[in-house]
Ligand binder design. Structure first.
Ligand code: CTP
Ligand code: ZN
Length: 154
């Protein structure tokens, strides 16, 4: 590493969420319900240089494992993220997040007259039309929704 490169400390045990699109780290930690008030060490790097993406964000959370549901939500805001599991300073598992083709029950339709908003027991359901930028199409009413309306709900 040259003296011009960024150095962010390695962690001992926990999760490193790498290759988050620049500017989305704070959304990722909000999705995880982390406020910063927990007694947990966390490192954020925002808009740092990246070989592949120009700039990227990194979130390192000590002593935390992510559930599959948390990984699915992260995929909605960080479609290229990799999730690294760290044990005793070593990467023991590396997974790319993967957005499913269909998203059920996470995001609500923005159309007030959609059947999924009618009070009936109908779970929201969207087809993923595009990953980046994210474009979701409601299975029931066909309305499409984009990042601002999706981020608001996560
Ligand atoms: N990392 C960490 N603490 C460790 C080990 C790794 O914080 N004890 C971080 C690294 O800084 C990096 C990420 O976890 O952000 C993945 O580590 P590694 O696979 O070693 O890095 P790369 O080869 O650069 O990863 P990739 O191929 O996914 O770009
Ligand atoms: Zn709808």
């Amino acid at each position: 590493m040259s003296e011009n490169e960024l150095h962010v400390s390695k962690i001992k045990n926990g999760t490193v969420i790498d290759h988050i699109c620049g500017g989305y780290a704070l959304d990722v930690i909000r999705i995880l319900g982390i406020t910063g008030k927990e007694p947990r060490v966390m490192t954020l790097a925002v808009n740092v240089p990246s070989k592949h993406f120009g700039v990227k964000d990194i979130v390192k959370i000590e002593d935390k494992l992510l559930s599959p549901q948390e990984v699915n939500r992260i995929a909605l805001v960080a479609p290229h993220a990799s999730i690294n599991l760290i044990r005793n300073y070593t990467v023991v598992e590396k997974r790319e997040v993967q957005l499913p083709k269909v998203i059920e029950g996470i995001v609500k339709c923005i159309n007030p007259s959609c059947v999924s908003n009618s009070g009936e027991p109908v779970l929201s359901k969207f087809q993923v039309k595009n990953n980046d930028p994210l474009l979701l199409k409601c299975h029931y009413c066909g309305v499409t929704i984009e990042p601002p309306d999706i981020l608001n709900q996560l």
